[in-house]
Design a protein around this ligand. Structure first.
Ligand code: SAM
Length: 285
C-alpha cells in the first residue's frame, strides 16, 4: 500500500472502505508528507510524551505521532472512520482511538487516567468549523497541556498572533496570548489537502506559559470584560461594558475606571492591550 500522506495512498484507503467525505465534519485530509513532517517537528514530541490528536481522519498524522510519542490518544467523531483507523494504525500498540465529539469529552479526566495528570501535548489538523470552541475549551478548561500544535485557517492563525489596533484582534487573540506564546510555523496551500479547502491554512504552535504574562485578580471576570468589549465592536468600550447585563457595571463606574487608567472615554475595546484589560478588570471589580 502507498504511504497515507500521499494522494495515491489516501485514495487507495478511501476506496477500500468506500468512504465519502462529510463536509459537516470539516474533513480535509492531509496529502503532503513535507507538511506532515513540519507539524510533527514543530510539536517537539519526545518518547516520554502523551499526545492528544483531535480528528485523526484516516490516521495519516497519527502514524507519524505514534512513531515519536510514548502514547497517542486519537479522538474522532465520524464513526465511518473508525474501521479505517483500526486498519491503518494496526501496526502501532501505543494508539488509543476514541469515537467521540471532542467538545463533549472530559479531557481533564482523560489526562488524569491516561497520563496520571502530567501535561500532554495536543497536535491536530483541526476541523475548521469548530476551531475557536476547541481552542477556548483547551485553554480555559485548565487541562494540563504543555503545547498545542495545530493546523487552522490562515486567518484564524493571524487572529491568534495579532496585537491591539488591527481588525483581526479580539477575544481569541487575548485568550491565546494570556495562556500561551503563539508562533506560526508554516503556511499551507489548499493543494496539500484532499479535498481542497477554499481557504489558505497555517500551522501554529501555542506554547503554554508557566505563569500568565499579566497579573489578574480574577481571570474569569477579565474574560467576561473582554467578551463584553468585543461583543459590540462598533460601540465604545464604555457602552460595551455598561450594556452587558451579566457584568452589572454602570456607565459612571466604567468612565471612572477609564479615567484612572488615563484612557479617553471614547476608547474602543480593540485599542486595549492584554495588560490594559487586566488592569481594567482589576479596577472594575
Ligand atoms: N487528521 C486528519 C488529517 O490531517 O488528514 C484529518 C483532519 S480533518 C481537517 C478534521 C478531522 O476532524 C476529520 O477527521 C473529522 O471527521 C474530525 N472531526 C470533526 N469534528 C470533530 C469533533 N467534534 N470531534 C472529533 N473529531 C472531529
Amino acid at each position: 500500500m502507498a504511504a497515507l500522506g500521499t494522494p495515491g495512498g489516501t485514495v487507495e484507503i478511501l476506496k477500500k472502505y468506500n468512504f465519502s467525505f462529510r463536509k459537516k465534519y470539516g474533513q480535509n485530509f492531509l496529502i503532503d508528507t513535507n507538511i506532515l513532517k513540519k507539524i510533527v517537528d514543530a510539536s517537539c514530541i519526545t518518547e516520554q510524551d502523551c499526545v492528544l490528536e483531535i480528528g485523526p481522519g484516516i490516521g495519516t498524522m497519527t502514524q507519524y505521532l505514534a512513531k515519536s510519542a510514548k502514547e497517542v490518544i486519537a479522538v474522532e467523531i465520524d464513526r465511518a472512520l473508525i474501521p479505517i483507523l483500526e486498519d491503518t494504525l494496526s501496526g502501532y500498540d501505543n494508539v488509543t482511538i476514541i469515537n467521540e465529539d471532542i467538545l463533549k469529552l472530559d479531557i481533564g479526566r482523560m489526562v488524569e487516567e491516561k497520563n496520571e495528570g502530567r501535561a500532554i501535548k495536543v497536535v491536530a489538523n483541526l476541523p475548521y468549523y469548530i476551531t475557536t470552541p476547541i481552542i477556548m475549551g483547551l485553554l480555559e478548561g485548565h487541562v494540563p497541556i504543555e503545547s498545542i500544535t495545530i493546523m487552522v485557517q490562515k486567518e484564524v492563525a493571524d487572529r491568534m498572533q495579532t496585537g491591539p489596533g488591527t481588525k483581526d484582534y479580539g477575544a481569541l487573540s487575548l485568550a491565546v496570548q494570556y495562556y500561551t506564546k503563539p508562533e506560526i510555523v508554516a503556511q499551507v496551500t489548499p493543494a496539500c489537502f484532499m479535498p481542497k479547502p477554499k481557504v489558505g491554512s497555517a500551522v501554529i504552535r501555542l506554547a503554554r506559559h508557566e505563569k500568565p504574562p499579566v497579573d489578574v485578580d480574577d481571570e474569569k471576570l477579565m474574560f467576561s470584560v473582554i467578551r463584553a468589549s468585543f461583543n459590540q465592536r462598533r460601540k465604545t468600550l464604555v457602552n460595551g461594558l455598561a450594556n452587558d447585563p451579566k457584568l452589572g457595571i454602570s456607565k459612571e463606574k466604567a468612565l471612572e475606571v477609564l479615567e484612572t487608567m488615563g484612557l479617553p472615554s471614547t476608547v474602543r475595546g480593540e485599542a486595549l492591550s492584554l495588560k490594559e484589560f487586566a488592569q481594567l478588570s482589576n479596577l472594575l471589580f
